[in-house]
Design a protein around this ligand. Structure first.
Ligand SMILES: Nc1ncnc2c1ncn2[C@@H]1O[C@H](COP(=O)(O)OP(=O)(O)O)[C@@H](O)[C@H]1O
Ligand SMILES: [Mg+2]
Length: 287
C-alpha cells in the first residue's frame, strides 16, 4: 500500500521496509501491519493529542513519575507546555510498560522499539498467521473460559507486582493467540502505589474480564479476585505466584466494615472524653 505519512520516517530510517495494510483505526491510534526484513510486525501510530480529551488524562498521570518539578506542574496545569510534555509521557507510557511487563513475564506483544512517535511491536496472530481476534470475538467452552480467566487474573497479578494497573482492561484489549490471551493497549497504564483511583481501576479491570468470561462460565460471577489481590498488594504480600481463591475478600470485607465502624466509634468516644475533660478543666479554671 501507499505509505501513510506517519510511517514514512520509519521507512527512511530503515526501521521498517514496507507498510502492508491497515489493521485497525480507532479513536486514539491507527495500527498497521508492516514488514521489517523477513518479519511481519505491527506499527501503532498515536493520533494527534489535540483530538483527545486532555483533562481526563491528568487523573491517570497522577502518581506516574515525570522528571522534574516543572514538568509535573505543567502537566497539572494543562498549559501548552504541559500538553506537549503530557503527550510525550502518554506515548512513552505504553512503550515503557510493554518492556517492563514483557521482562516480568506478562503475556504482552514483544516491543521492537519506539520511533518518531510510532510503537513497533510483534503482530499477535492466530494459528493461520492472521491478526489475532479479540477476546470478545471468540467462542469459548466453559473450561476454556475458566482457563482464560485464570490466566488473565495471573497477568493482572504480575502487572500489580510491577506496580502497574492496566486501567482499560476489557475484552477489547485482550487478543487470543493459539497459546491463550495476550494483553494489549497500555497508554493509560496506572501506577498502583501513587494513584487514589488505583484500587477502583484494578477492580474495574478484573470486573470487566469476569463479566466478559462469565458469559461462558457463569460461576465466575461469584469470584472476587480483584478485591483479594488488592488486599494482598496493600499488605505488601502479593507475589507473582501468590495463590488466589477468588473468595477470600467477601467475608473479610464485612469484618473490615465492622472494624472500621468500631474504630470510628472509638475515635468519637475518645474525642468526646477529651472534650468533656477540657470543659471540666475550663470550668475549674473559671472558679
Ligand atoms: N500487537 C498487536 N497484534 C495484533 N493486533 C493488534 C496489536 N496491537 C493492536 N492490535 C489491533 O489493533 C486494535 C487497536 O489497538 P489498541 O492498542 O487497542 O489501540 P486503541 O484501542 O487505542 O485504538 C486492537 O484492538 C487489535 O485489534
Ligand atoms: Mg484498544
Amino acid at each position: 500500500m501507499k505509505t501513510p505519512p506517519s510511517l514514512q520516517a520509519l521507512i527512511d530510517d530503515g526501521v521498517i521496509d514496507e507498510v502492508l495494510r491497515p489493521l485497525k483505526s480507532g479513536k486514539e491510534a491507527a495500527v498497521y501491519v508492516v514488514r521489517s526484513g523477513d518479519d511481519v510486525r505491527c506499527a501503532k501510530v498515536y493520533k494527534d493529542m489535540a483530538q483527545r480529551s486532555f483533562k481526563q488524562r491528568v487523573q491517570y498521570q497522577e502518581g506516574r513519575k515525570v522528571r522534574g518539578s516543572r514538568e509535573t506542574r505543567a502537566i497539572g496545569k494543562a498549559t501548552n507546555y504541559g500538553r506537549k510534555q503530557q503527550e510525550t509521557a502518554w506515548k512513552n507510557a505504553e512503550v515503557d510498560a510493554l518492556y517492563q511487563l514483557r521482562d516480568a513475564g506478562v503475556r504482552v506483544p514483544e516491543p521492537h522499539g519506539y520511533y518518531h512517535g510510532v510503537l513497533v511491536m510483534e503482530l499477535v496472530t492466530d494459528a493461520e498467521g492472521f491478526s489475532a481476534p479479540r477476546l470478545g470475538e471468540v467462542e469459548l467452552t466453559p473450561e476454556q473460559a475458566r482457563e482464560f480467566h485464570r490466566v488473565l487474573v495471573r497477568q493482572v497479578v504480575l502487572m500489580l507486582c510491577c506496580g502497574l494497573i492496566h486501567g482499560d482492561l476489557s475484552e477489547y484489549n485482550v487478543l487470543v493467540d493459539p497459546s491463550g490471551p495476550v494483553v494489549i493497549d497500555f497508554p493509560q497504564v496506572v501506577s498502583a502505589a501513587g494513584n487514589n483511583a488505583a484500587r477502583t481501576m484494578l477492580l474495574r479491570d478484573v470486573n470487566n474480564l469476569t463479566a466478559s468470561l462469565g458469559r461462558w462460565a457463569p460461576e465466575l460471577f461469584d469470584t472476587w479476585y480483584g478485591e483479594e489481590m488488592w488486599a494482598l498488594f496493600e499488605a505488601g504480600e502479593l507475589r507473582p505466584d501468590s495463590e488466589l481463591t477468588g473468595r477470600f475478600v467477601h467475608d473479610t470485607r464485612r469484618v473490615d466494615l465492622a472494624s472500621v465502624r468500631d474504630a470510628i466509634n472509638d475515635a468519637r468516644e475518645l474525642a468526646l472524653i477529651r472534650q468533656q475533660g477540657r470543659e471540666a478543666r475550663d470550668a475549674d479554671d473559671g472558679d
